[in-house]
Ligand binder design. Structure first.
Ligand code: NA7
Length: 539
C-alpha cells in the first residue's frame, strides 16, 4: 500500500490576505503587471471584503458612487454605471464581482479560507502561511489586504448568552436577511451604521428602541438616483474625477472651501451651512476650511447641526438627548443619513440614553439598563469594529526571531508610512494604521498603497534584492509625524472614537490613521521611493 500524499506547501512569489477592494487590485498588479505567482486567501465565500459582511438594512457607502471605484483603468470607469448618488451594498458587491470577473481574478483567490498564522523564516527569507484548515503556503512577499473595518466589535455585556430572542452584529449580517415585522427590536449604537440602519428597521419593526451611548452629528445624505446627464458627465470626465480625488486631502471629488468660518459674517455663514445641508453628504465639512482645525470654527457647524436636530425632532426631551453631543463635529467619523432624526418622530421608535443609565445586563427578555428593563425580540449591535489593528492582530503574525506583531504593537501600532513594520521584512500592510486610510475615500487610499507596493516589489526584483524592511529610526520619526498630524486637528478631541481605539476595552489609545491629508501623504511616499526607498533597508 502506498502512503497517503503529504500535504504540499505551495510556493509563491506573493501571498495576499483578503479579497476586498485592496486584495483584488493587489492581485491584478502583482500577477498581471509584474508576472508573479500570487495567491489570495479570503475568509468569505466571495469577493467584497467588508461589503461582503455588512449586509445590514440600509447599508450604503457614504462616499459618492462616481468616486467610490477604481480609477486605474479608464475603460472600466466608463463601462460601469452606478445607479444612485451613494452606492448601496448590493451594488458595490456587483461592482467588485464585475471587476474580479473582468480581470479574471477569481481563479487565484481561495475563498472560505481563513489565515491562521504567517511566520517569517529568516534563513529562507520567506513567509510561511498556514490556514485554519491546515493548508500551507510560502511566499517571498506577504501583503495584508484585510481592511480597516472588518473585525466586528460585539460588546461583552453579561447575560448575552441567556437572551431568548435573536441578536446580530451589523458587520456579520446573515445573508438571508432579518425580518423585523411585528418584532420588538433594540439597536445598540449610533455611529454611521446605526444611523443608516435605524430608519430602515423602524419601517417594519413593531417597536424600535435605540440605545444611544454617544449622541452623534449627522447630515442628510440626500441620496437620489443618478440622472442620465450625470452618468454621461461621469463617463466624459473620468480623468478629471480621478485627478480631483488625488488632489484633495480626503480623496473625495470635492474641494474644501478656502473660506474661514470664523471670519465669515454670521448671516452669510448660516446661509452657507443651509446650502450645504440641502446639498447633503460628507461635503458639509468642506463648507469652511477651518472646521477641523479651529474649535471656534467647529462650534459654528456643531451649533448649526444641533439647531437642525431640535427643529426636526418634535419631542423636546428626545431632541435634547440627540443633540447632547460631546465632541466636535467630524472629530468622529461624520455620519450621513436618510431620515435619521425624522425617525424619532415615529410612534414606534424610542430613544434610551445609555450614557446616563448604562446597559448592565442582557436578560432572557431583553436589555436591562441601570434604570429599567426593555423587553426585546431582536437585538442589533451596531457597535462598530476593532478598527485598523483588529484584523491584523487576530492573526498569528510573527516576524524575525518569532516576534509576534501583537507584542510589537502592544502599546499601539508602530510602522513606517503605514506600510511596513520593523522586524517584519517583506510584509506590506495595505491601508495599515499610520496611513490616511479611513480618513480618506477608501478606494483612493487603496490604489495609492497597492501601486506603491507594486512599484517597490518591481524595484527589488529589478535589482536582485531580496528584502525590504523599515529602519527603526524611520519608524520612530513616522510615529511622531502621525501624532503631530493628528494633534494639528481637532480629531483627538473625540476621546471615545475608534480612530483612537477607544471603543474596544483594553486597546491602547493611539491615534491610528495619518491625518496629514491623502495628497500630502502620496507625495511623501513618492519622495521616499524616488530617494531610493529612504528610511527602508533593502538587502
Ligand atoms: P462606530 O462608529 O464605532 O459606532 C459604534 C456605535 O456603537 C457607537 O455609537 C458606540 O458608542 C456604540 N457602542 C459601542 N459599544 C457599545 C456598548 N458597549 N454599549 C453601548 N453602545 C456601544 O461603528 P459604525 O459601524 O457605526 O461605523 C464604523 C465605520 O464604518 C464608519 O465610520 C464608516 O467609516 C463605516 P460610543 O460612541 O463608543 O460611545
Amino acid at each position: 500500500m502506498t502512503s497517503p500524499p503529504e500535504a504540499k506547501t505551495r510556493e509563491l512569489d506573493a501571498l495576499i490576505i483578503g479579497a476586498g477592494f485592496s486584495g483584488l487590485y493587489q492581485l491584478l498588479c502583482l500577477r498581471d503587471r509584474l508576472g508573479l505567482s500570487v495567491q489570495v486567501l479570503e475568509t468569505a465565500g466571495g469577493v467584497g471584503g467588508t461589503w461582503y459582511w455588512n449586509r445590514y438594512p440600509g447599508a450604503r457607502c457614504d462616499s459618492e458612487s462616481h468616486a467610490y471605484c477604481y480609477t486605474f483603468n479608464a475603460e472600466l470607469m466608463r463601462e460601469w454605471q452606478w445607479s444612485e448618488r451613494y452606492p448601496e451594498q448590493p451594488e458595490i458587491m456587483r461592482y467588485l464581482n464585475h471587476v474580479a470577473d473582468r480581470f479574471d481574478l477569481k481563479r487565484d483567490i481561495r475563498f472560505n479560507t481563513r489565515v491562521a498564522s504567517a511566520h517569517y523564516n529568516e534563513a529562507a527569507n520567506r513567509w510561511h502561511v498556514r490556514t485554519e484548515a491546515g493548508e500551507e503556503f510560502t511566499a517571498t512577499f506577504l501583503i495584508t489586504a484585510v481592511g480597516c473595518l472588518s473585525t466586528a466589535n460585539v460588546p461583552n455585556i453579561p447575560g448575552l448568552e441567556t437572551f431568548a430572542g435573536r441578536w446580530y452584529h451589523t458587520g456579520q449580517w446573515p445573508h438571508e436577511g432579518v425580518d423585523f415585522s411585528g418584532q420588538r427590536v433594540g439597536v445598540v449604537g449610533t455611529g454611521s451604521t446605526g444611523i443608516q440602519a435605524i430608519p430602515v428597521i423602524a419601517e417594519t419593526a413593531a417597536h424600535l428602541t435605540v440605545f444611544q451611548r454617544t449622541a452623534n452629528y449627522s447630515v442628510p445624505a440626500r441620496n437620489v438616483p443618478l440622472t442620465e446627464d450625470f452618468k454621461r458627465w461621469v463617463k466624459e470626465n473620468t480623468a478629471e474625477i480621478r485627478h480631483a480625488t488625488r488632489a484633495t486631502p480626503n480623496g473625495h471629488p470635492f474641494f474644501i472651501s478656502e473660506r474661514l468660518a470664523v471670519s465669515t459674517p454670521v448671516e452669510e455663514r448660516q446661509a452657507l451651512y443651509e446650502a450645504a445641508w440641502e446639498k447633503g453628504g460628507l461635503q458639509f465639512r468642506a463648507t469652511f476650511q477651518d472646521l477641523l482645525v479651529d474649535k471656534e470654527a467647529n462650534d459654528t457647524a456643531a451649533a448649526f447641526i444641533r439647531g437642525k436636530i431640535s427643529e426636526i425632532v418634535t419631542n423636546p426631551a428626545t431632541a435634547a438627548k440627540l443633540a447632547d453631543i460631546d465632541h466636535p463635529y467630524a472629530a468622529k467619523r461624520p455620519p450621513i443619513d436618510t431620515d435619521y432624526f425624522e425617525t424619532y418622530n415615529r410612534e414606534n421608535v424610542s430613544l434610551v440614553d445609555v450614557r446616563a443609565a448604562p446597559i448592565e445586563w442582557i436578560t432572557p427578555q431583553g436589555i436591562r439598563t441601570r434604570e429599567g428593563d426593555y423587553p426585546l425580540d431582536i437585538i442589533v449591535f451596531a457597535t462598530g469594529f476593532d478598527a485598523m489593528t483588529g484584523p491584523l492582530l487576530r492573526m498569528d503574525i510573527r516576524g524575525r526571531n518569532g516576534l509576534l506583531l501583537k507584542e510589537a504593537w502592544e502599546a499601539g501600532p508602530r510602522n513606517y508610512l503605514g506600510l511596513q513594520v520593523a522586524g517584519f521584512p517583506n510584509l506590506f500592510t495595505v491601508t495599515g494604521p499610520g496611513s490616511p486610510s479611513v480618513l480618506c475615500n477608501m478606494p483612493v487610499a487603496i490604489e495609492q498603497h497597492v501601486e506603491w507596493i507594486t512599484e517597490c516589489i518591481a524595484h527589488l526584483r529589478a535589482r536582485d534584492l531580496a528584502r525590504i524592511e523599515p529602519d527603526p529610526d524611520a519608524v520612530d520619526r513616522w510615529v511622531d509625524q502621525v501624532n503631530e498630524a493628528a494633534n494639528a486637528t481637532l480629531l483627538p478631541l473625540a476621546t471615545h472614537s475608534w480612530y483612537l481605539g477607544a471603543n474596544v476595552p483594553g486597546k491602547p489609545r493611539v491615534f491610528m490613521p495619518y491625518a496629514g491629508g491623502m495628497a500630502h501623504y502620496r507625495q511623501i511616499c513618492s519622495d521616499v521611493a524616488a530617494r531610493g526607498y529612504e528610511g527602508f533597508v533593502l538587502s
